[in-house]
Design a protein around this ligand. Structure first.
Ligand SMILES: *Cc1c(COP(=O)(O)O)cnc(C)c1O
Length: 339
């Protein structure tokens, strides 16, 4: 099977499994798991933040960030495509009792001007604007990304208006291999960051939350109350360390295969529109509604799995289990589809 459903479908390779088997472990609730401590240190150093926290999922990392940054009656500002709004089960309301204000951005990206327009004045009848969340790359935006140049004015505005700024960086490394920007410069622009190692980097489980010491101390307490305090979790941390040491540079390959596929799709008669491909995600709209199901079942007959993504659209996500020899199969299957 050629599985383009998500970059979360990757399975650990033999070398990663061997590294996991050899992990040095301890009890992470007592903060004494050496592999977890090593991973947390590795990422906090890399992004120039004081501390890091290993989390079982990116959703938990984002939810902890929202919880620490806000109080009930506060409001989050983000793009209407954001993962925290679309795909975290409304957790901002459930876990933190906060409201959310969504902005219709451009392919999942919002600007300083758009944020400035929706910051609430201090009236009793309005929630307090407290936190801005950016997503980089933007999943539902088709893998689009912000450059530091675009982020800088947003950081400045948040400082001026005393808003916290969180980055949902689930696929941040797919961006960094394209822009060649330094992780410390990204880290410097945000109060907190979440990063997934379980996406295109290929670890089976693991996301990290980064921020100040005080922020992470609070986040650790909330992680515990959510049941996310794990014991000998170094086996999983070791998989993340392996992924960071071996699988970062190769993300360029996934990005470039996504671009090749996007270019190819844009020349097919049944494709209406391909969102600009900047990283490892391709989202395209087909010309008629019923074509989504038809195309997906055509692909499946050729052993290719993909997913419907909102109205009229299909998403392909490239990752390390999509090999070179699979590319001609994907392209020829797309070409042979007769609507
Ligand atoms: C995958 C993802 C997350 C976190 O997902 P989990 O499945 O909970 O690890 C967060 N944000 C974005 C943009 C994502 O794509």
């Amino acid at each position: 099977m050629i599985n383009l459903i998500s970059d979360t479908v990757t399975k650990p390779c033999d070398k990663m499994l061997r590294a996991m088997m050899k992990a040095e472990v301890g009890d992470d609730v007592f903060q004494s798991d050496p592999s977890v401590n090593k991973l947390q240190h590795m990422l906090s150093e890399m992004f120039g933040k004081e501390a890091a926290l290993f989390c079982p999922s990116g959703t938990m990392a984002n939810q902890l960030a929202i919880k620490v940054h806000t109080n009930p009656l506060d409001e989050i500002i983000c793009d209407h495509y954001s993962h925290v709004y679309q795909y975290e089960t409304g957790g901002y309301a459930f876990n933190s009792g906060v409201a959310i204000k969504t902005i219709v951005g451009h392919n999942g990206k919002i600007t300083k001007g758009q944020i400035d327009e929706v910051i609430n004045p201090d009236y009793d009848w309005l929630p307090n604007s407290r936190l801005v969340v950016l997503e980089n790359s933007c999943n539902k935006g088709g893998g689009s990304y912000y450059t530091l140049e675009e982020i800088t004015p947003i950081t400045k505005l948040c400082k001026e208006k005393e808003l916290k700024l969180h980055l949902d960086g689930a696929r941040l490394f797919n961006v960094l291999v394209e822009t060649n920007e330094k992780p410390v410069d990204i880290g410097d622009h945000f109060d907190s960051l979440s990063i997934c190692i379980s996406k295109g980097l290929g670890a089976p489980i693991g996301s990290l939350l980064l921020g100040s010491k005080e922020f992470i101390k609070k986040a650790r307490k909330f992680r515990k109350v959510l049941g996310g305090g794990m014991r000998q979790v170094g086996y999983l941390a070791e998989a993340c360390i392996y992924a960071l040491e071996n699988n970062v540079e190769r993300l360029k390959i996934d990005n470039s295969r996504a671009k090749t596929t996007g270019d190819f799709l844009s020349r097919l008669s049944y494709v209406d529109h391909v969102r600009p491909v900047q990283t490892n995600i391709v989202i395209f709209e087909v010309k008629q509604d019923n074509l989504v199901e038809k195309l997906l079942s055509h692909l499946e007959k050729d052993q290719i799995l993909a997913t419907k993504f909102g109205h009229n659209a299909i998403r392909f996500v490239f990752h390390l289990d999509i090999k070179k020899e699979m590319m001609p199969k994907i392209l020829s299957s797309l070409k042979s589809f007769i609507p």
